[in-house]
Design a protein around this ligand. Structure first.
Ligand code: FRU
Length: 496
């Protein structure tokens, strides 16, 4: 039996099965949308589709099924990651139109060849850039979308000849009155890079240039993003192949960002100084974040709270779902260029009555928002005597006090010159930590012992408040229909 204490109440997970990257983040006609990479039969079958949630307020979500599924030859082995672009006033009656961009993955051994003849990196794979339009479903509830026909925009032959078969994850935005598209990829020399395209209409794209690091930095760059804060631009990527170091890059793959020099724009950039790479998050479960700008002009990040680190037992004991997303995180720029990440203020609406944190504080239920300010010196915050957030010997980190709750994860920490404040979101088996105004964050799963209440103990000298959090998801997960994939008969699946 899965442990009921692992259930999440304010994080998005697939009602069933596998979730990875958030996709197509946007606010469209006032409503928020989070698509996500969905796999109906992981780990036996690897065939991604896009699942969907929608929300009026970033807190109350509706599950909208799996609207984009493999259905054409160009995406038959997976609807991979991508982004959303809201075309302002482009509809027949002047309404906004939602255009989605994604990568159609094809793993296609040539007839007569055995799959073993291909490495799927330099041969045997197609990654097509595809678009479709989504419109509100007039017969559905608010949030339901109808997908228009798919249109293939770019194929491997259209990417520069020096690219391997890995070119994917389109991010589209508008700048200087033209549409811009970033693709992540792998150079044939086995190093990560981005490709930049531009377009008048979002359909016909012209290659502009590649964006590369001065020295090789990982073997592939996935899920690229452009972020703009206070007039400064950033390139964000999810690179694979960085070495594991003592103070950073702990996970197998580590996403982060580069701030561009003052006055420099990504569209005019072809070389990145890889030494400026800043890791988004230091937790065990964080990859492939995406950002978007909402109607209020806020830049919001949602990350995948998961990894492909095989040694983590991410679904202990038959849990029916794998992984979740982070809460939406509001981004801002610190004067030195670091990006601060804090939970969007809407989440505070889920708080119950706050209680002062003293000695051991018991929170009814398994969901809490713990806020510590004016921290002096060192110490630790301990959850159920099982999971610890610590600041010791000038290092901020997390550790598991009992092996079972780690499911393979081990402690980790980063050097930090003074801890002033700490915010810890606990949501069943999910912990998100925000330190020093969101300058350092840790997203980690914690497969806690089963218990009705959460025990919070603190040895840090600080003013602490513990808020119980409302569960806005249980009802949705309980009533969501099992995703059914409508795969065409010819659509053979890829077995791992
Ligand atoms: C990142 C990623 C993307 C790809 C997707 C497939 O986690 O590998 O590059 O589009 O996952 O699910």
């Amino acid at each position: 039996m899965p442990n009921r204490s692992w259930e999440v109440g304010f994080h998005l997970r697939s009602p069933r099965n596998w979730l990875n990257d958030p996709n197509g983040l946007c606010q469209f006609r006032g409503r928020y949308y989070v698509f996500y990479q969905y796999d109906h039969d992981w780990p036996t079958v690897d065939q991604k589709a896009w699942g969907l949630f929608s929300s009026p307020d970033l807190v109350h979500w509706r599950y909208e099924g799996v609207p984009i599924q493999p259905s054409i030859p160009e995406d038959r082995h997976g609807v991979f990651s991508g982004s959303a672009f809201v075309e302002r006033d482009a509809g027949p009656s002047g309404e906004d139109v939602l255009r989605l961009y994604y990568t159609g993955n094809v793993v296609d051994p040539v007839p007569g060849h055995s799959p073993k003849d291909f490495d799927y990196v330099y041969a045997g794979r197609e990654q097509n850039t595809i678009t479709c339009v989504a419109t509100p479903d007039p017969d559905g509830p608010p949030g339901a979308l109808r997908l228009g026909p798919k249109q293939v925009l770019l194929r491997n032959a259209d990417y520069p000849a020096y690219c391997s078969c890995h070119v994917r994850d389109p991010k589209v935005w508008e700048q200087d009155g033209r549409r811009r598209m970033l693709l992540g990829g792998r150079h044939e020399d086995t190093r990560g890079l981005c490709l930049l395209y531009d377009s008048e209409d979002g359909i016909s794209w012209t290659f502009s240039h590649a964006i590369e690091s001065e020295y090789p930095f990982g073997f592939v760059w996935e899920c690229p993003n452009v972020v703009s804060l206070d007039g400064r631009e950033y390139l964000a990527i999810s690179p694979q192949g960085l070495p594991r170091l003592r103070d950073r890059w702990f996970n197998r793959w580590t996403p982060g960002y580069f701030e561009l020099p003052e006055g420099q724009r990504l569209i005019d950039t072809d070389t990145i100084d890889e030494r400026g790479f800043v890791q988004w998050d230091f937790g065990h479960d964080f990859y492939a974040p995406q950002t978007f700008v909402d109607d209020a002009g806020r830049t919001i990040l949602v990350g995948w709270m998961g990894t492909f680190d095989d040694h983590y037992t991410s679904v202990p004991d038959g849990l029916a779902w794998w992984h979740c997303t982070t809460v939406p995180r509001l981004l801002s720029r610190r004067p030195d260029g670091r990006i601060l990440q804090v939970p969007v203020p809407e989440l505070e609406g889920l708080r119950g009555d706050g209680r002062a944190l003293s000695g051991e504080t018991i929170v009814a239920g398994r969901m809490a928002d713990i806020v510590l300010t004016g921290i002096e010196g060192e110490g630790a915050l301990t959850l159920d005597g099982s999971f610890q957030v610590f600041y010791e010997h000038g290092r901020l980190g997390v550790r598991y006090l009992d092996e079972a709750s780690s499911a393979g994860r081990t402690s980790r920490s980063i050097p930090l010159d003074g801890l002033d404040d700490l915010r810890v979101l606990v949501d069943g088996s999910v912990v998100e930590i925000f330190a020093n105004g969101g300058a350092e964050t840790f997203a980690s799963r914690w497969f806690c012992p089963e218990a009705a209440d959460l025990r919070v103990a603190c040895t840090l000298s600080a003013t602490g408040t513990v808020y119980p959090m409302a569960d806005t998801m249980a009802q949705m997960y309980a009533t969501a229909e099992a995703p059914v994939l409508d795969l065409p008969g010819w659509n053979e699946t890829i077995t791992r």
